[in-house]
Design a protein around this ligand. Structure first.
Ligand code: C2E
Ligand code: MG
Ligand code: MG
Length: 605
């Protein structure tokens, strides 16, 4: 029994051991299997992580570079490949330090806050710019550099364009005023060191405004480009041709040995401009007026040299254009006076300094005053009464002709309406419209407004437009005259004969109501000038055939009057009858109309 028990015990123990071993082995297996799974999981997680970071790395829109400490690229993303536009092998050959001369410090510490550099990279004849921020870190015990880039090509191009625009004239591409000043300043510094002469040529195109207004701004712009091109061909590459605006150009001749060189260049420019300039299929004759100032003779600084060259140019223009003149000190005073006048004109309207004189127009058949021309006057407190001949061109140059023109129109209409209300027989008032006003798109609206505000009948207003204004753009003039006539006003051509229109042209003119023969032809009637006499006679016949009333301006003597009466001129105006006078004096003439008529009739009959 005990043996049996002992045998039974051993069996139990054996069984127990077997079970324990089985359990142990299972456990071990489980443990081993778990460890493998954990490793696999860890590996998978690592791969996931790597994938995630790789995806992040590759999909970043900005270039990323990983480099060895010496700057050799060891890894990069797609954005970097796109930026450098080269193959994998080529990128891996790039050494950032040597290619772009970046001085990456060996010491890791110094890069802890990053180092930002701007890289300029040339590829396929294109320059690209990369803003690269370099950092370093330790990886597996080794130091690596990583660079985060930002493609700033577009920004840099935009910045360069802004800089280009700031320093160049948009139209011609020539350096502008700012550029000129900087360059001239540098030239003066150099010339002072080397004892050299610097020449400054101030160039203004003669009568360019007429071309611009006549043929429109597009043609004017093309012509300015052609002028710029021709000027550049007159000088050397080291000389600067700049455009200051409008039709003003300046040439800087640095490092001259003799002052005479300025004269040589000026002569060359004048002779080059004798040939016409081609714009499209048309040819234009443009002549420049040139003023010369030089360092050290006429000034030590940019400002003085430019002012003095401008003064010399102005004088050259006054002396008959197509000329060059060297600066002399007396020119400066004249230029200053002109600038003062310009300043004063700006304030003239608000200070009530602009007034209107009226000059009677006499009907030849009756000897009666049938109208008057309104002529602007400037009562300048210091200079006295300034004639329109002197300030209207200035008003045109400064744009002040627009408010001045409206002021004259308004007051002339108001005055005429007042005379009619007072009971004087109806008169037609002639108002001059400058070519600048004629081009204003709101001219018709402005006239309608003035007529409404002053209560004057449109039929008593005659707008005078010069022949040159009409010739500037015949089609535009025709359309505008038609529009003006539609609102009931009359239109006449002023200064006829001076605008280079041949007489045959008259038939192509807009259907105007009247023609004013320029005083220069009337003046010539007195002498033995047969050509002028023949011209005046023809003008009268032609105009009358075209149903236009003919006015002769500037009639000063009986001889002229006789001639005009004999040839059928309708209306006369001039000192022989009356000078332009203020409204009160003109009213006196109207009061004495009957006496006056007798006087006038005696003359005209
Ligand atoms: P215009 O329209 O041809 O005016 C005639 C000019 O001849 C006036 O000169 C007048 O005073 C002058 N005159 C009249 N009779 C005689 C004469 O017998 N002999 C001489 N030697 N001259 C005579 P003014 O007033 O100096 O005006 C000159 C020009 O200025 C005008 O020529 C006109 O083109 C312009 N102007 C005058 N007022 C205005 C204005 O309000 N607006 C515009 N746009 N231009 C104006
Ligand atoms: Mg006139
Ligand atoms: Mg005139």
């Amino acid at each position: 029994m005990p043996d049996l028990i002992r045998q039974g015990d051993s069996f139990v123990v054996f069984t127990f051991i077997i079970i324990a071993l089985g359990l142990g082995l299972g456990l071990v297996r489980r443990i081993v299997m778990n460890a493998q799974e954990i490793r696999k999981e860890a590996e998978a997680a690592l791969r996931d992580c790597e994938k995630r970071y790789r995806a992040l790395f590759e999909n970043m829109t900005d270039p990323l570079l990983i480099m060895a400490p010496d700057g050799h690229v060891i890894d990069y993303n797609e954005a970097a490949e796109r930026f450098f536009e080269c193959s994998r092998q080529e990128i891996l050959n790039i050494n950032i330090n040597t290619l772009f001369s970046i001085d990456v410090p060996e010491n890791e510490e110094t890069l802890q806050n990053g180092k930002t550099v701007e890289i300029e990279y040339e590829i396929n004849e294109q320059t690209k710019y990369l803003n690269l921020t370099l950092n370093s870190c330790l990886w597996k015990g080794n130091r690596i550099l990583f660079g985060m880039g930002k493609d700033i090509t577009d920004r840099r191009i935009a910045e360069e364009q802004i800089r280009y625009l700031a320093y160049h004239d948009n139209l011609t591409g020539l350096p502008n005023r700012l550029s000129l000043r900087e360059y001239l300043n540098q030239c003066l510094t150099r010339a002072k060191k080397n004892n050299k002469t610097v020449g400054v040529l101030f160039i203004d195109l003669d009568r360019f405004k007429i071309i611009n207004d006549t043929l429109g701004h597009n043609t004017g712009d093309s012509l300015l480009k052609a002028v710029a091109h021709r000027l550049k061909r007159c000088v050397r590459g080291s000389d600067m041709v700049a455009r200051l605006g409008g039709d003003e150009f300046t040439i800087v001749l640095p490092q001259l040995n003799r002052l005479d060189d300025c004269v040589g260049v000026s002569k060359k420019i004048l002779s080059q401009f004798q040939k016409p300039l081609k714009v499209g299929r048309r040819e234009f004759h443009v002549s420049p007026s040139i003023g010369i100032a030089s360092f050290p003779k006429d000034g030590n600084d940019v400002e003085t040299l430019l002012i003095n060259a401008d003064a010399a140019m102005y004088k050259a223009k006054g002396q008959g254009r197509k000329k060059f003149l060297m600066y002399t000190p007396s020119m400066k005073e004249q230029a200053l006076a002109r600038m003062e006048m310009e300043d004063a004109l700006y304030r003239a309207l608000e200070k009530n300094e602009i007034s209107i004189n009226y000059q009677p127009q006499i009907q030849v058949s009756t000897g009666q005053i049938i109208g008057m021309e309104a002529l602007a006057r400037w009562n300048q407190p210091r200079e006295g009464l300034i004639s329109s001949i002197d300030f209207i061109p200035l008003a045109e140059k400064t744009g002040l002709i627009i408010p001045i023109g409206e002021y004259v129109l308004y007051n002339a209409c108001k005055q005429n309406a007042a005379w009619l209300t007072k009971g004087y027989s109806p008169l037609k008032v002639g108002v001059n419209i400058s070519s600048y006003q004629f081009r204003q798109c709101d001219l018709v609206d402005m006239i309608k407004r003035v007529l409404k505000d002053t209560g004057m009948d449109a039929g008593y207003l005659e707008l005078e437009i010069t022949e040159s204004t009409v010739m500037q753009d015949m089609e535009y003039a025709k359309a505008m005259v038609r529009e003006l006539k539609q609102i009931g006003v009359h239109v006449s051509i002023d200064d006829f004969g001076t605008g280079y229109a041949s007489l045959g042209y008259l038939r192509m003119f807009p259907p105007v109501n009247g023609l004013k023969i320029d005083s220069s032809f009337i003046r010539d009637i007195t002498g033995d000038e047969n050509v002028s006499k023949a011209l005046v006679a023809t003008m009268i016949v032609l105009a009358r055939n075209l149903n236009m009333k003919v006015v002769a301006e500037g009639v000063e003597d009986e001889h002229q009057l006789d001639f005009l009466v004999k040839h059928g001129c309708d209306i006369v105006q001039g000192y022989l009858f009356n000078k332009p006078v203020a409204a009160e004096d003109f009213e006196k003439l109207l009061c004495k109309q009957s006496d006056v008529n007798v006087g006038y009739l005696k003359r005209v009959k």
